[in-house]
Design a protein around this ligand. Structure first.
Ligand SMILES: NC(=O)NCCC[C@H](N)C(=O)O
Length: 508
């Protein structure tokens, strides 16, 4: 079994050149969702799996150009094959033609690896079967499978093929986990540690189980003290249901941003509970070796359309951000002033702002050495809103001047494009290096806003052509690269959600 070197797991910003990433390609489970179950599965439509996979392959190829360019010749060779299966299989984990990279890693492949250890295999099967309440017979069938690639696929898709179940038909032994493509949400690298998520919904719980095993038996096998888990208090189960709901811990990675080596942002949202936020603050501040001195908590309304903070804003450069204008206090203020002038009356704030305003609280650790309790931090609610927070990070953390800070708004902040494009993840971009980010091709007005801010905008096809002509991907600057996104966007996450960075260079 291959192992991972610990120097290879480190993330302390959203912008340092990306070197290693965990992803998961859309799998067969996604193709089993019917119209009446897509919302339970946290999708907003049924998707065409093959088309979604083709779109996703553009993402994978783009990642390879940046993170493992040596694999591109192989991918191109497979793509020229007359055999349709070879063309598809080189992107499908578990297939013999799969490209296998140590830098662009698929969770399904890593699961296959850890299942080679019989002890891990039995433990994981038992855990999943208990959680999914499968019969003993099914559990025994799974235990008897020796092909770990097949077993990994079954544990993810939930489909036990006919050859394995002794009947003429495939059996569906577990529900699919179609959101596993959003690896951002299942765990978060905080420097050389990982914070394991605790998914808010039943649809994503099996993802947590698998990720925990990957952390314990692969990434942090030799370094279990680097795994951070946050759980409810010990008396949690004694409370009645309503009280338990109040005290629940749920954490999803889309709400955590390692924004600067000394500063962490934590969202409090539909998916990350306020109790979890409290515990994260205690846990992070008590680990002095992390060197995190400030935690900004961004509380947003609990809404499906903005389920995590990374659906509202992401960082593009030290001084550039993309933001959904309806969560910008500056934009809201300006709109309110126009309304007031037009109506000629002084309206109460609550009559003007249509939605609950986001709240920002900042927690500062008092001493870098000792941290025992909440007496060892101070709290302030300095930034007036999200835009002020982003500006503060650029100015105070990264030393930019306030005039240099650029906020690019979803849909150019032009209604209805701002809402439409936020829904299709215009604000959810991931940086391959500082200033080079991945977005969706359907968000036209946001792309225009990037152009106005001085960025080049390329489709993946155009980027691949440039690279084939000799352009070094690592020398690109100020560029938004657009993925095809007709199907991918129906799953309601963008490139930021589809990535769990494992290694980024330090920013210099
Ligand atoms: N970080 C993110 O915003 N992730 C997107 C998750 C989308 C997925 N369909 C979900 O609702 O959980």
């Amino acid at each position: 079994m291959s192992t991972i070197d610990h120097q290879q797991l480190f993330v302390e910003s959203e912008l340092g050149t990306l070197r290693k990433i965990l992803i998961h390609s859309p799998d067969g489970g996604i193709g089993k969702i019917i119209p009446s179950t897509f919302s339970d599965n946290l999708y907003d439509d049924i998707v065409h799996l093959k088309k979604m996979q083709k779109e996703y392959n553009h993402y994978v190829k783009l990642l390879l150009y940046f993170l493992d360019p040596g694999k591109i010749a192989y991918i191109n060779e497979c793509q020229q094959s007359p055999d349709e299966e070879v063309r598809a299989n080189c992107f499908i984990p578990g297939k013999k033609e799969y490209f296998q990279s140590h830098n662009v890693m698929d969770a399904q492949n890593l699961l296959e690896e850890i299942l080679q250890d019989e002890r891990v295999k039995l433990r994981l099967i038992a855990a999943i079967c208990s959680y999914e309440e499968t019969s003993l017979i099914t559990q025994q069938k799974l235990e008897s499978i020796t092909d770990t690639a097949l077993l990994s696929k079954i544990l993810i898709t939930g489909v036990l093929p006919s050859e394995e179940n002794g009947t003429r038909d495939d059996q569906f032994i577990f529900p699919p986990i179609p959101n596993f493509i959003f690896t951002r949400d299942i765990g978060i690298m905080i420097k050389d540690h990982i914070l394991l998520s605790r998914m808010a919904t039943a649809a994503r719980k099996r993802e947590s189980l698998i990720t925990k095993c990957l952390a314990l038996y692969y990434f942090f096998k030799e370094n279990l003290d680097k795994v951070i888990e946050i759980t409810e208090e010990s008396d949690f189960f004694l409370y009645e249901e309503e009280e338990r709901r109040q005290r629940i811990i749920s954490i999803e990675g889309g709400d955590i941003m390692m924004i600067h080596p000394k500063h962490l942002i934590v969202g409090c949202s539909e998916r990350t509970s306020s109790n979890a936020v409290n515990e994260i603050i205690h846990s992070i501040f008590s680990k002095s070796s992390l060197g995190i001195e400030k935690i900004s908590v961004v509380k947003i309304p609990r809404k499906r359309a903005q389920m995590h903070i990374d659906t509202i804003f992401t960082q593009v450069k030290r001084n550039v951000w993309v933001l959904y204008g309806r969560y910008s206090e500056k934009i809201l203020e300006a709109e309110n002033n126009i309304k007031k002038a037009y109506l000629g009356i002084l309206m109460h704030k609550s009559q003007l702002h249509k939605m609950e305003d986001p709240e920002i609280l900042q927690f500062y650790k008092k001493s870098s050495e000792v941290y025992q309790s909440n007496k060892d931090y101070s709290v302030s609610n300095n930034p007036a809103g999200i835009e002020a927070l982003l500006t503060q990070i650029s100015v105070e953390d990264y030393g930019c001047s306030p005039q240099e800070v650029t906020i690019i708004y979803s849909g150019g902040n032009d209604f209805p494009h701002d809402d439409r494009e936020q829904w299709t993840d215009s604000c959810n971009v991931v940086a391959l290096k500082e200033g080079v980010v991945i977005g969706y091709d359907r968000n036209d007005k946001t792309s225009d806003a990037f152009r106005k801010a001085g960025f080049n905008v390329l489709t993946t096809e155009q980027a691949f052509e440039l690279f084939e002509q000799g352009q070094d991907p690592q020398l690109l600057e100020n560029t938004l690269i657009l993925l095809p996104s007709a199907e991918l966007s129906r799953a309601r996450g963008g490139s930021h959600c589809m990535s769990m960075p494992l290694l980024r260079d330090k920013l210099v």
